[in-house]
Design a protein around this ligand. Structure first.
Ligand code: SF4
Length: 460
């Protein structure tokens, strides 16, 4: 069959913020780069513009690909329906949710892609052209990252990420062996930590001309322990680039590597998002061995990282079986005493394919909630030591306090005060932006979320 164009869709929720979308569609940029140059390709990001009217213009010679996580899978289904009504014959759906629950997605998608699509996507395009499209493509190879899906100049020009997005994304490592009971990383990215060749990382940054970025890596910090020579090489290479700053996810153990932290500072690492997860030591079994709920240990680690002028954003999860409202009071105390730069508090969420979800099913504690509530700000299961109302009330009180204008300004000014005067102009944006982003996410739970659901006809 002739192919007119390939359209890759990123469902969104937030919409543009001050004229730009928050995170650039990195996975789709790489998939778009695998489309042969002679075939037109477009990326449609719902965070930048409404997609429905454009979908209605498509036809049988267009190949539509949608990426979706659990939260957005209902949007993906709606896009597929509109595309089918317009005459599109092949809607391909991949991403984390189809990887975790392919049979569910197969009920409405023409093609389901599980695993990393970088190797199956070129085959899907060829099969569409040859009229031999299958209903399912699986990739569970966890293949090496060398040479995978190099972003092309055509896609860089098309996405124009430096003008249309606040945060370009970048991948350096992938995978995490920890297997925390609530996390999907091991099932989506694999348990083996894989590394991109340093020269490919540098080449990509230079060609994309990005000065700031957020790493998509599941646990970049773990590589400080598992692959220190590689991390040293990456950081030395990044230090030679004219970067303004970058951020990544890590874990506490990076504080044990002062030499690498010194290199990281030279490489313009701005701040690390550290998954403390819980200040309640009784939860340590759920945390895959990376945190033990020991506050004294946490405080010391934050101090050591701060000493390298690297900021620390604390990521916490609430709702483990040993948690009570007192856990949040303890978390707040820790956040204030440790001088965290920003903090994210989310509600434990039983994503498909996780041991935590299986436990809830076995104990009949899963609530019957649509996937759109799996946004880590809504409760989707019955907690053990609290009523749902108690958990939600404690969470709301915590977030209102944590993300009050007063506390955001206070934390931001404290961050600024840690930097020398010459660096202040570059630090202003980053000192407040993370907290403001979390405040926006929390607000979704109450106002914006309902407005959007009503607009979709999904309001309750
Ligand atoms: S350490 Fe982080 S990425 Fe790894 S399994 Fe745990 S939560 Fe997931």
């Amino acid at each position: 069959m002739d192919i007119r164009k390939v359209v890759l869709i990123q469902p969104g929720r937030e919409g543009p913020i001050l004229g730009r979308a928050s995170a650039a569609p990195y996975t789709l940029m790489r998939l778009a780069s695998l489309v042969p140059e002679e075939i037109p390709v477009e990326i449609w990001d719902e965070n930048l513009e409404p997609i429905d009217p454009k979908l209605r213009q498509l036809g049988p010679h267009d190949l539509v690909g949608i990426t979706s996580k659990t939260l957005s899978i209902e949007s993906a289904e709606r896009f597929a329906r509109i595309a089918h009504e317009a005459g599109v014959r092949a809607v391909v759906v991949g991403g984390t949710h189809p990887t975790l629950l392919p049979e569910e997605v197969a009920r409405w998608a023409d093609v389901v892609v599980t695993g990393e699509a970088y190797r199956t996507w070129p085959r899907i395009i060829q099969d569409f052209i040859n009229d031999t499209l299958q209903s399912r493509y699986d990739d569970t190879e966890w293949a090496d990252l060398a040479g995978v899906a190099r972003i092309t100049d055509r896609v860089i020009r098309m996405v124009d990420e430096n003008r249309r997005y606040w945060t370009p994304m970048l991948e350096i490592t992938r995978g995490c062996p920890r297997n925390c009971t609530f996390c999907t990383a091991i099932r989506v990215s694999g348990s083996r930590m894989r590394l991109r060749p340093v020269e490919e990382v540098v080449e990509e940054i230079e060609r994309r001309r990005i000065k700031r970025f957020f790493l998509t890596d599941d646990n970049f910090g773990l590589a400080f322990r598992t692959h220190p020579e590689y991390i040293e090489a990456v950081l030395k290479a990044l230090a030679k680039l004219p970067l303004q700053g970058w951020t990544t996810q890590a874990e506490l153990l990076i504080s044990e590597y002062p030499d690498l932290l010194t290199l990281a500072r030279r490489a313009n690492l701005d701040k690390v998002f550290i998954g403390f997860e819980s200040v309640n030591p009784a939860n340590r079994r759920e945390l895959g061995g990376k945190s033990k709920g020991q506050i004294a240990q946490y405080m010391e680690a934050v101090k050591r990282i701060h000493a390298h002028e690297i900021g620390v954003v604390g990521l916490f999860v609430f709702g483990f079986d040993h948690d009570t409202p007192q856990t949040l009071a303890d978390t707040w105390e820790f956040a204030c005493a440790s001088g965290l730069d920003s903090l994210s508090m989310t509600i434990l969420t039983p994503y498909p394919g996780t041991p935590f979800r299986e436990q809830l099913i076995a104990e009949n504690r899963l609530m019957d909630k649509p996937w759109r509530y799996y946004d880590t700000a809504h409760l989707t299961f019955y907690p053990k030591r609290m009523t749902p109302e108690e958990l939600e009330e404690a969470y709301d009180i915590f977030c209102r306090r944590a993300y009050s204008t007063f506390n955001i300004v206070r934390r931001g000014l404290r961050v600024l005060s840690r930097h020398p005067l010459r660096r202040l102009p570059r630090k202003v944006f980053g000192s407040f932006s993370t907290d403001i982003g979390y405040r926006y996410t929390f607000a979704w739970r109450h106002v914006n979320g309902r407005r959007l659901l009503n607009a979709w006809g999904l309001g309750e």
